[in-house]
Ligand binder design. Structure first.
Ligand code: SIN
Length: 524
C-alpha cells in the first residue's frame, strides 16, 4: 500500500489501470503489460461473465467455406440497421489472429479432427463458424487460459473502482475502495472492462458483478453512452421455478445442433415467425417466446433437445445445470424463459476502445463500438472482447508512455442517488423487459427519480448507485426510441421507423439526470 495521505486515504501509481478481469480486461492488461507498461488490474468480484459463456467464439477460419464478408453480413443483419459496418469489418477481420494469440496463451478448443476445430451454429449465423471448448464450457476455457497468462500481473481482488478521475481534458487516475478504505491510483490510462448490467433485472444469466459499473463510471465522468435501450434477452434461460439472481443459460448451440422450441402443448414457437425458424436472431426468438407466454399464460416454454446424440458429452454445462434442477435433458424438454443477457450498447468508443476522454478506454460488453448495433449476433461478444481488449491495451500503453507521470486530485467518494436494489429490479423487470411501452417506461423513470442520496464506499452500495444511474439511462434511452428495432420492442410502437436508424446518445445533466442528445452518429 502506498503512503497515507489527507483523510487517511492511500495513494499508488500505475501506467495503466484495467477495471475488470473478463476476456476484455485480461486481453487489455496482457497487451499493456507486453508493451512494457506498469499495469494494475482491479477486480471487485471473483466471477466474470466470460467464465459463464457457453456457446463459443464466432470466428472466420481461413480455408473453410466461410468468409469475412459472410460473417460481416450476418452481424449487420442481426444488428437491425445500427451496426457500424466499418467497425464490424475491422473486428471480424481481426478475429482469427486474436484467437490464434489466445491459443498461444494456452487456450484449447474442441476439434472435429486433429488440427481442425469443431464448428457449430447459433442464431443468425448462416455458417458453422462458432468454435467452442469443453463442449459448452468455452468461456471457462478462455478465462482459464487468460488467468494463467496473467498470473504474474498485479491483479487486486476486492478492489472497487468508485470514480474515474480526470482534469477536464485527460484521465489522471481512479478513486478506489478496498479493505483499507478508499484511495487513489494515479494513472494516465484507465481501461473500463467491467462487463454488463444484467442485474438491472430480477433474473439474468449474468454473474453477480454485472451491475452496470462501467456505464455509471463513464456517465459520472461526463462521457456519452450509446444504444443502452438495446438489452438482449437470451431466449433460453433455464426456468426452474426460481425467479431471482443469476440463472443458468441454456446455450443457443443446442438449437444449432437440432433442438427446437415448443410451448406447453408441443406447438412450435417460431414456425412462421422468421425464415430461420429456431435459429432466427435471438431478439426474434425471445420476442416470439414472450408473445406465446403472454397469449397462453404459461410460465415457460420448452426446448426439446432429446434428439441430440451424445448430449452429456457435447453439453456438460447444460447437463449439470438441468440435473441440478431435477431435469434430465435427454429424456424431457428443458423449461426455459427469456432472460436478461447482454447489453448491446454502452460507453461510446471506436474499435480501439478509445472514448472522447483522453486516457479513458472501454472494451467488452461495457463498450459500444458499433459491432452489435440494435442486437448482437450470438458468440460475437468473446470475439469483440478479445480483439478490442487487446487493441485498447496497446493504445492505452502508448498513451501512458506519451503522457508520462500524472497526478490525480485526492478526493473522497461522492453522494449518489440510490434506489433499493429489489425495488429497482422489480421496476426494471416489469417495465423494461422484452416488450416495453411508454406508460411503463415513464412509471419506471418516476420510480428511479425517487432514489435517495447515499455515499457509496463499499461494493454493495457502489453497485446500487451504479444500477440506479444505469437504469435511469436505460429508461431514458428506451423512452426516446419510439419504434421497435433489434432487441428493443415497444408495444405502443410495434413498427420499425426507417428514419430512426441512428444511435441514441445520452449523458447526465447538472443534476445527474440522464439527458438524451440528438440522435447522432457515434463518433469519437
Ligand atoms: C449461448 O451460448 O447461447 C450464448 C452465446 C452468446 O451470448 O453469444
Amino acid at each position: 500500500m502506498g503512503p497515507a495521505c489527507g483523510g487517511g486515504a492511500w495513494q499508488q501509481r500505475a501506467d495503466v489501470v484495467v477495471i475488470g478481469t473478463g476476456v476484455a480486461g485480461l486481453a487489455a492488461a496482457l497487451a499493456a503489460h507486453r508493451a512494457g507498461r506498469r499495469v494494475v488490474v482491479l477486480s471487485k468480484a471473483g466471477e466474470t461473465a466470460t467464465f459463464y459463456a457457453q456457446g463459443g467464439i464466432a470466428v472466420v477460419v481461413p480455408e473453410t467455406d466461410d468468409s469475412i464478408e459472410a460473417h460481416v453480413a450476418d452481424t449487420l443483419a442481426a444488428g437491425g440497421g445500427l451496426c457500424d459496418p466499418d467497425a464490424v469489418t475491422s473486428i471480424v477481420s481481426a478475429g482469427y489472429a486474436a484467437v490464434a494469440e489466445l491459443v498461444d496463451d494456452g487456450a484449447r478448443f474442441d476439434e472435429a479432427a486433429p488440427g481442425r476445430w469443431a464448428m457449430t451454429r447459433e442464431g443468425g449465423h448462416t455458417r458453422r463458424r462458432i468454435i467452442h471448448a469443453g463442449g459448452d464450457a468455452t468461456g471457462a476455457e478462455v478465462q482459464r487460459a487468460l488467468d494463467h497468462a496473467a498470473a504474474t500481473l498485479d491483479v487486486r481482488r476486492e478492489h472497487v473502482a468508485l470514480e474515474i478521475l480526470h482534469d477536464g481534458g485527460a484521465v489522471t487516475g481512479v478513486l478506489v475502495s478496498n479493505a483499507d478504505g478508499h484511495g487513489v491510483i494515479h494513472a494516465p490510462s484507465v481501461i473500463l472492462a467491467t462487463g454488463g448490467l444484467g442485474h438491472l433485472f430480477a433474473a439474468t444469466t449474468n454473474p453477480d458483478g454485472s451491475t452496470g459499473d462501467g456505464v455509471a463510471l463513464a456517465l459520472w465522468a461526463g462521457l456519452p453512452v450509446s444504444d443502452l435501450e438495446f438489452i438482449q434477452f437470451h431466449p433460453t434461460m433455464l426456468y426452474d421455478g426460481h425467479a431471482g439472481g443469476r440463472r443458468p443459460l441454456i446455450t443457443e448451440a443446442l438449437r444449432g445442433e437440432g433442438a427446437f422450441l415448443v410451448d406447453a402443448r408441443g406447438d412450435s414457437i417460431t414456425a412462421g415467425v422468421h425464415p430461420m425458424g429456431d435459429l432466427a436472431p435471438r431478439d426474434v426468438v425471445a420476442a416470439a417466446i414472450d408473445a406465446r407466454l403472454a397469449a397462453t399464460g404459461d410460465r415457460c416454454a420448452f426446448l426439446d433437445a432429446r434428439s441430440i446424440p451424445g448430449f452429456a458429452t457435447r453439453f456438460p454445462t447444460v447437463t449439470a445445470a438441468c440435473l441440478a434442477a431435477g431435469i434430465d435433458p435427454t429424456r424431457q424438454p428443458i423449461p426455459v424463459v427469456p432472460g436478461a443477457h447482454y447489453s448491446c450498447g454502452g460507453v461510446a468508443t471506436d474499435v480501439y476502445g478509445r472514448t472522447p476522454l483522453a486516457g479513458l478506454f472501454a472494451a467488452g460488453e461495457v463498450a459500444r463500438t458499433g459491432m452489435h448495433g440494435a442486437n448482437r449476433l450470438a458468440s460475437n461478444s468473446l470475439l469483440e472482447g478479445l480483439v478490442v481488449g487487446s487493441r485498447a491495451g496497446r493504445v492505452a500503453a502508448q498513451h501512458a508512455h506519451d503522457q508520462g507521470s500524472v497526478r490525480a486530485r485526492m478526493t473522497t467518494p461522492r453522494v449518489r442517488p440510490v434506489l433499493a436494489r429489489g425495488d429497482l429490479q422489480a421496476a426494471m423487470s416489469r417495465h423494461a423487459s422484452v416488450v416495453r411501452d411508454g406508460a411503463g417506461l415513464r412509471a419506471l423513470a418516476e420510480a428511479l427519480g425517487s432514489a435517495s442520496d447515499r455515499t457509496p464506499v463499499r461494493r454493495a452500495d457502489f453497485e446500487d448507485a451504479a444500477l440506479t444511474v444505469t437504469a435511469a439511462a436505460v429508461a431514458a434511452a428506451a423512452l426516446e426510441r419510439t419504434e421497435t428495432r433489434g432487441c428493443h420492442h415497444r408495444s405502443d410502437f410495434p413498427d420499425t421507423d426507417s428514419a430512426r436508424a441512428v444511435s441514441t446518445m445520452l449523458g447526465l445533466d447538472q443534476a445527474g439526470r440522464p439527458v438524451v442528445s440528438q440522435p447522432a452518429e457515434v463518433c469519437c
